[in-house]
Write a protein that binds this ligand. Sequence first.
Ligand SMILES: [Zn+2]
Length: 199
Amino acid sequence: MQNDFCPGGALSVPRGDEVVPIVNALAENFRNVVLTQDWHPAGHLSFASAHADRSPYETIAMPYGEQVLWPDHCVQGTRGAAFHDGLNIPHAGLVLRKGTDRTIDSYSALYENDRITPTGLTGYLRERRIARLFLAGLAFDFCVRYSAEDAVREGFAVVVIENACRGIDVAGSIAATRSSFAALGVACISAEKVAAPSP
Ligand SMILES: [Zn+2]
């Protein structure tokens, strides 16, 4: 939930800011909350501006596979990389920064885009004996999708809270995300279905 992914930001997800209050309310139901923060150095190779004659939303071949090129976004220490001012989850126990290596993007909270290099989140979750993950945020068809897929691969039960997400939809990516979730058994529910914790 960062400024650059919200309306007015560098890589804005349509209506992305609408989920801020939903995410705030959801978080109150969970003792363990992890926030992820896209956190790129200037000149990151996922930026179209880092490549000659390339435009945002084109794809290029990188050593680790196909990569969508984005507008410059979430540069370390900038206002765009900061969390949305309305985000209010003071009990979040971990802020996981990702995409810090200039040469590789990291949609997933668990692995970089080579899907081999870990961020360390799997170990954090396992050591805390967390077995089931509920995912929300931006964007549904990139960071949420990749995080869900990697979490399933790591053996976690995964639930995506779909009305607490918004998508970008590059070249059919929302439909592809839904197909992937169905194939993997990732449950998609609405925020209203998340029960309050027992006292
Ligand atoms: Zn990024």
